[in-house]
Ligand binder design. Structure first.
Ligand code: MRU
Length: 362
């Protein structure tokens, strides 16, 4: 429907730009400006990279991981020492700093730890060589993400058929990953194959990732897209318009409890009531096998202004009102029909099926 320049599907969410031997920049599509404006940020220092993650200029669990990997590479490149121990200690400070930007999505610490491992595994190499290996690792994290999302899309497509109605919450689409997305990967892949779906996008208060991002990328891909307010999901399910719910995830515990954008657990409860399958789609990098249940997940709390005034011409809520603004919630494994990863589809009991997925992976 759009020409190439305005079609958001033709843009990359996160890229690394090597300016010269000493300087690199992280280029991100500023998601806070979408859909009104397609604008890129060129970030060269760790403070602005951390800030971009905190402000959700780059967001979505896999995209945050990729941005952090590029970000720490850029920071490491500027560490001015030839002494291994000094290099590692400075790197760890940067790692902690970036990791503190957002607590919930495990991909952030997963990507940073993977980068740190490169340094630990190459103690015999020069700092110059280690810096180059860090660059290659960050690029690998990005290209693997695109590959994983494609595979998630393949597995997800086996669960739906042409013409189905799908409800989604937040944005777990291409904008949240290196390509395709997770929850939206089957839809985009289906489009490549000439299939059509009717996708109901929850607007996803308070930051409207559903209205601003999912609806935008789905329309750009020619998908029949219907935007609804969060409190309308029950009605469209009751109408019989939803054949399946597809959502992404920010951290999945080893028992299958899945943490995702606030409101997801409510959608899962509705889906159970209406007997609609509820699927969580995500790469294995989002599964945290080190935690037993979702109770161990730290839920990010965000500023009250996101609720009281951010999207209104004038402040909407009374001054002084107390606000509770958690960014995520945990959906109990009991409400999840299946978890779709790049290595296949896990079904209950998840303690067993997720372990098998990880064994298959190794
Ligand atoms: O606060 P956000 O926009 O980063 O939250 C994003 C989500 O909750 C997504 O559903 C999740 O990260 C999966 S993205 C493939």
């Amino acid at each position: 429907m759009h020409n190439n320049e305005s079609n958001i599907m033709n843009y990359e969410t996160v890229t690394l730009n090597e300016l010269d031997d000493n300087n690199s920049e992280l280029v991100i599509l500023d998601q806070t400006r979408l859909p009104g404006e397609i604008k890129f940020l060129h970030l060269q220092d760790i403070n602005s990279i951390r800030q971009a993650i905190y402000l959700l200029q780059v967001r979505g669990a896999p995209a945050i991981g990729v941005a952090a990997a590029f970000g720490i590479y850029i920071a490491a490149k500027n560490i001015n020492t030839e002494i291994y121990s000094e290099f590692l200690s400075q790197f760890r400070k940067f790692k902690e700093y970036l990791n503190s930007a957002r607590p919930t999505a495990v991909n952030l610490s997963w990507a940073l730890t993977r980068m740190e491992q490169v340094i630990i595994n190459n103690q015999d190499k020069s700092i110059h060589e280690i810096k180059n290996l860090l660059r290659l690792e960050a690029l690998a994290i990005k290209s693997e993400d695109a590959e994983m999302c494609r595979k998630i899309g393949e597995h997800g497509l086996t669960l739906i058929k042409d013409g189905d109605g799908i409800l989604t919450h937040c944005n777990a689409g291409q904008l949240a990953t290196a390509k395709y997305g997770t929850a939206l990967a089957p839809i985009h892949l289906g489009r490549e194959r000439g299939m059509n779906f009717h996708v109901y996008c929850d607007e996803t208060r308070p930051l409207l990732q559903g209205a601003r991002l999912s609806a935008f990328e789905l329309i750009s891909d020619g998908v029949d897209t219907i935007l609804i307010c969060d409190n309308m999901a029950s009605q469209v399910m009751k109408n019989g318009w939803v054949n399946a719910v597809f959502v992404g995830c920010d951290r999945v515990a080893s028992n299958g409890d899945a943490c995702n954008k606030i409101g997801t657990s409510g959608v899962a409860i509705l889906a159970k009531y209406y007997n609609i399958p509820f699927y969580v789609l995500g790469p294995t990098s989002t599964i945290d096998m080190s935690i037993k249940t979702g109770n161990e997940i730290i839920i990010e709390r965000r500023p009250p202004e996101e609720i009281t005034q951010m999207w209104y011409q004038k402040r909407m809520a009374p001054e002084g009102v107390k606000v509770y603004n958690p960014a995520f919630d945990v959906t109990s494994h009991e409400l999840i029909t299946a978890i779709i990863t790049e290595h296949g589809i896990a079904r209950p009991p998840y303690t067993q099926s997720l372990r098998e997925i990880f064994e298959r992976k190794e």
